[in-house]
Design a protein around this ligand. Structure first.
Ligand code: ADP
Ligand code: MG
Length: 302
């Protein structure tokens, strides 16, 4: 029986194992990831893909900064749109026939408290002098002791995947669809109802759940670089979590077992999807085939 699977690809599906993101690194990583995805498709599952874009946006921001005197820097939402296209094209080339990329906007609320307290670090570390210069341009920078200064931006809640209808139409026409890359290009509604891009980043795991609901996925796979979420991660009592319940996973989450910038959002996404009636799996790409049936990774729901 074919499932409709929403796969959220993490950084390791798009960069070298050491995090390097040269064009060749990205192409190789995507090609490797797509061999696993293609295997699923050939087994009769319907696949919708989404992906992160942290290293790719980091590269674009650096280019913006280096070339600022020559070419006007483009806003963060443009960077998001550009990475949807470039990662998307790598995925299309690797998958071959009947795949499509949807440039996807995600609606956020300008009243989201995240805008008043930007905490999501993006791009590389810089010196204090450089951070101060960018602050003059209206950006928010924070000191990370021992590492330097890094730009921080708002990471608001994704409310709606605005281009989900286009993704659904392509999916129903038999395409393997790539959508909401990097969590989607963040846009907000002005008072007059019109849409405008905003300087923010959207957590790709949070957006993946909204997309999974919109396309009525039966399974959400959060594909990362570990075979499962781990309780007691990094301690002597580390224990990979297999089949679990919403209640147990919530309890572990509340007890602080999942780091906020990495495993935390994945567990949160899995919980939300499972609570909506679907099956969520957190695992690595190598286990994708087994994960669909709930036979690998951290499995919650249905
Ligand atoms: P991706 O780039 O694939 O989206 P991240 O790097 O953000 O993923 O998150 C995956 C990483 O989370 C793992 O490589 C691991 O280092 C870290 N991590 C933190 N807490 C946990 C945990 N409790 N269980 C498993 N991995 C964890
Ligand atoms: Mg990562």
């Amino acid at each position: 029986m074919g499932e409709r699977v929403l796969i959220a690809l993490g950084g390791n599906a798009m960069t070298a194992p050491d995090g390097s993101a040269s064009p060749l690194d990205q192409r190789r990583a995507v090609e490797r990831a797509m061999t696993h995805v293609a295997a699923l498709i050939s087994q009769g599952h319907q696949v919708v893909l989404t992906h992160g874009n942290g290293p790719q946006v980091g590269n674009l921001l650096l280019k913006n900064q280096l070339a600022a005197e020559v070419v006007p820097p483009v806003p963060l939402d443009w960077c998001g749109a550009q990475t949807q296209a470039t990662v998307g094209v790598l995925i299309l080339n690797a998958l071959g026939d009947r795949a499509a990329v949807v440039v996807t906007r995600t609606l956020v609320d300008l009243a989201d408290p995240a805008f008043a307290d930007p905490v999501k670090p993006i791009g590389r570390y810089f010196s204090e002098a450089e951070a101060r210069r960018f602050e003059q341009l209206g950006q928010t920078w924070r000191a990370f002791p021992g590492k330097g200064f890094r730009r921080v931006v708002a990471s608001p809640e994704p409310l709606e995947i605005l281009d989900a209808p286009a993704a659904i139409a392509l999916m129903e026409a038999g395409y393997t669809v790539v959508a909401a890359g990097g969590g989607g290009v963040p846009v907000a509604r002005r008072a007059d109802g019109s849409l405008t891009g905003v300087e923010a980043v959207i957590d790709k795991d949070a957006a993946a759940v909204v997309l999974a609901d919109a396309v009525r996925a039966t399974v959400l796979v959060v594909a990362t670089d570990v075979p499962a979420a781990v309780a007691g991660y990094g301690t002597g009592q580390a224990r990979p979590i297999g089949r679990t319940t919403v209640a147990e996973l919530r309890e572990l989450q509340a007890a602080g077992h999942f780091a906020s910038g990495s495993m935390g959002p994945k567990v949160q996404a899995a919980l939300r999807f499972a609570e909506g009636g679907g099956r969520a799996v957190i695992t690595s790409l190598e286990h994708l085939g087994d994960a669909i049936g709930g036979g690998a990774g951290t499995v919650v729901g249905r």
